[in-house]
Ligand binder design. Structure first.
Ligand code: SAH
Ligand code: MG
Length: 200
């Protein structure tokens, strides 16, 4: 970890375990960087978000970052399509002592999102799963965030392919354009772009 990351966004044992888990368990190591995840943590703290939805759990690293910033009584639902990832995430969440406030739902997000509607409206929705779903996930967020709620989306540059003539790139561009219409939004120039929007 480089100097500024270590100084501002360092890991306790629980965060380090979740950060290391993808490599340790042969999963893709595509978790947020420590500084991006710390920014998400600070956004939760700043807004007092207490009902959070995450799409794309992996090993639970970003979920732990957000959950530990929630006020007392906060709840986070995180959606993961790969049962093996969900199992690793649950163990990390348990080890960090946060299983009372984080629920991992297994299945394709388009299916599991339906089951969350009754718990809304939500204060924050974080997108970090399959990019072909971003336009749909963005519409779901628009419908189920409270006014003033936050939409955050990673990989907004689509690994450098955002302007390509291919279906996923068209989906992510639709996500950008619809988000800009319905949210006060910005794409923060992180390594792969991070959209932050406030629902109007
Ligand atoms: N937010 C995590 C990283 C998520 S990586 C972190 O920063 O720690 C993306 C995850 O999305 C992977 O685990 C992948 O299995 C999952 N995923 C892919 N398609 C999905 C879908 N349709 N529904 C739910 N999860 C999906
Ligand atoms: Mg990502």
């Amino acid at each position: 970890m480089d100097y500024v990351t270590r100084v501002h966004a360092g890991h306790d044992a629980g965060l380090q375990r979740a950060f290391d888990a993808p490599t340790a368990f042969g999963m893709p190591a595509i978790q947020l960087g420590a500084s991006e995840a710390r920014l998400l943590e600070l956004l939760v703290k700043l807004t007092g978000a207490r009902r959070i939805v995450e799409i794309g759990t992996l090993a639970g690293y970003s979920a732990l970052r957000m959950a530990r910033a929630m006020p007392e009584g906060g709840r986070l639902w995180t959606l993961e399509s790969e049962p093996a990832h969900a199992e690793v995430a649950r163990a990390n969440i348990e080890a960090a002592g946060l299983s009372a406030c984080i629920e991992v739902l297994v299945g394709p997000a388009l299916v599991t999102l339906d089951r969350l509607v009754e718990h809304g409206p939500f204060d924050l929705v974080f997108l970090d799963a399959d990019k072909s779903g971003y336009a749909s996930y963005g519409r779901w967020a628009q419908a189920h965030l409270r006014p003033g709620g936050l939409l955050v989306a990673d990989n907004a540059y689509l690994f450098g392919r955002l302007l390509a003539d291919e279906p996923t790139a068209r989906e992510v561009r639709a996500f950008h354009e619809e988000t800009a219409l319905r949210f006060d939004s910005v794409c923060v120039p992180t390594p792969d772009g991070l959209v932050v929007g406030i629902r109007r």
